[in-house]
Ligand binder design. Structure first.
Ligand code: ATP
Ligand code: MG
Length: 352
């Protein structure tokens, strides 16, 4: 399996380095034959190549089996014509990574404020309210007059169907429960279709229990009783917001693993940003990036029907849980270790 590795900004170089070490240990133990191709994107690439991403990099990623991408600081990217493209967005769009899978769970050894839970947000990743990915020609926010802006939200049956299928397939490997989160009382047509299509796809999975919840009520329900949920499927913006909430509910943003998955390509990238406030100080929790890497292995194993990748992913996830239980982890999750030492603790367990 060939993986392109891009360190990204802020804490990225530190956390991605740990993820690569853990993958190397898994490769050795399970004979995965992982090959890493290191490259750059974002600010590094802008300096070196005059653009944050290059056509050559896209070709390289397409020729590989997966991408491990660090967080990208994008606040100062304003002009795409000047090569200032958000690499995360670029890969989601160019590789058609339609499903953003964001697990959130508590771990033994931490004291969860809201009780123990284990859920996954499955977020549609290619359309919806995001101005930068809706319409091929570019921007779907329109300045009508100096004082009026209209933002379009595109929902298609095609994208509803494939995200629903991703959610139900995932539910079959878990507790067989899918919750559809929507705002169909207001967005009657778009979210109306989203719900209908989710239920239609659900008929192909008769073992899975399905319910639906309005997004604002969901904020209360998920905080009150997160243990009620298993797989939550929702449109792009709702999923973006809800998954930050659930990641923080699990104890730390530093636990927020995330996979951007399509039919042919996938990208493991932590759910959080570049955390410049703690960058370069050996403080960042690498678990989010390590978990994202494990999800990439699992995706590859499922796609190729190769069990050793799926087993390796499970062993990495167990190494994360065991390291937290032994308090061999960073401060944000109750340990005393730095980023590097926390990585060593996971590598030891994966290699065992
Ligand atoms: P960006 O603009 O790239 O999104 P940000 O300043 O919004 O950066 P985030 O990465 O979104 O920062 O994270 C918000 C806060 O959560 C950070 O300031 C940091 O304190 C904390 N945080 C995020 N990721 C981690 C991590 N892996 N380990 C520990 N703390 C983290
Ligand atoms: Mg942020």
């Amino acid at each position: 399996m060939k993986i392109v590795v891009i360190p990204g900004d802020g804490i990225g170089p530190e956390t991605v380095a740990v993820a690569v070490d853990v993958l190397k240990a898994a490769s050795q133990r399970f004979d995965l034959g992982l090959v890493f191709e290191h490259d750059i994107a974002g600010h590094d690439s802008l300096k070196q190549h005059g653009a944050t991403v290059t056509p050559a990099l896209l070709e390289k990623v397409k020729a590989a089996d997966g991408l491990l991408l660090g967080p990208m600081a994008t606040y100062d990217f304003k002009d795409e014509a000047k090569g200032e493209i958000n690499p995360s967005k670029f890969f989601r769009k160019e590789l058609d990574l339609h499903a953003n899978i964001r697990p959130a769970r508590t771990y033994p050894g931490m004291k969860p404020r809201l009780g123990e839970f284990d859920l996954v947000v499955v977020r549609e990743n290619t359309e919806g309210f995001y101005a930068d990915r809706n319409i091929e020609s570019g921007n779907s926010e329109m300045q009508i007059t100096a004082d009026v802006v209209v933002s379009l939200r595109r929902i298609t049956r095609f994208c509803c169907e494939r995200i629903a299928r991703s959610a139900f397939e995932l539910a079959m490997t878990r507790k067989k429960h899918v919750t559809i989160v929507h705002k169909a009382n207001v967005l009657k047509r778009g979210d109306g279709m989203f719900i209908d299509v989710c239920h239609e796809v659900g008929k192909e999975f008769p073992e899975v229990v399905v319910d639906d919840v309005i997004v604002d009520a969901m904020m209360a329900h998920v905080v009150r009783a997160p243990q009620r949920y298993d797989v939550i499927v929702t449109t792009n913006m709702f999923g973006d917001i809800l998954s930050d909430l659930t990641a923080e509910m699990s104890g730390s943003l530093g636990l927020g693993g995330s996979l951007n998955a399509g039919r042919e390509y996938a990208m493991g990238q932590a759910a959080h940003g570049s955390a410049p406030d703690i960058a370069g100080q050996d403080l960042a929790n690498p678990i989010s990036q390590v978990l994202s890497a494990a999800m990439l292995l699992n995706w590859h194993g499922q796609r190729k029907g190769d069990r050793k990748f799926i087993e390796a992913a499970a062993v990495i996830e167990r190494a994360i849980a065991d390291s937290i239980a032994a308090q061999e982890c960073t401060r944000d999750v109750g340990g005393k270790l730095g980023t590097r030492e926390s990585g060593v603790a996971m590598v030891k367990r994966v290699a065992a």
